[in-house]
Design a protein around this ligand. Sequence first.
Ligand code: SF4
Length: 192
Amino acid sequence: MLFTREELMETVKERVERCTACPLHLTRTNVVVGEGNLDTKIVFVGEGPGEEEDKTGRPFVGRAGMLLTELLNEVGIKREDVYICNVVKCRPPNNRTPTTEEMFACGHFLLAQIEIINPSVVVALGATALSFFMDGKKVSITKVRGNPMDWLGGKKIVPTFHPSYLLRNRSKELRKIVLEDLEKAKSFIKEG
Ligand code: SF4
């Protein structure tokens, strides 16, 4: 029997809601699984939920999320047409960076989500999300941003800065760089 993408994603959501595999379950208000179009060719992945996301159970709804939506609009991508999620599904206390152990305890959910959606491109928002796709290797996002990497199943990973970094460093140059990276990611959708 074949399941639809919606049914498969619902199963992931139910598993996340029951998950106690890492200490982050102790402090979460809501799990934040992800949201968007399951038929998209592009998925955006951040590191983990923040305060607003924890309150609402939705990804990227705080200030960084609003900025992400704005940047997507600028390159002609509608937020509702793409899928947005994080590596870890529960908020790290005080918005600290998730540990490598937490990322790898949770990462199988993200891998399942990507398998269900089967996009051509995954945009890694920030160094932490990128490190997940590089088996935990720490890399300088400044050095590798905009450089697409081949990943499983012929997919491309396109790294760029996390929008919260742009909120802390409001320079026109930085914004231009992120827009270029998003354009690059978009070009792989067309190729795909
Ligand atoms: S962060 Fe992930 S692994 Fe940890 S408790 Fe939440 S769902 Fe489970």
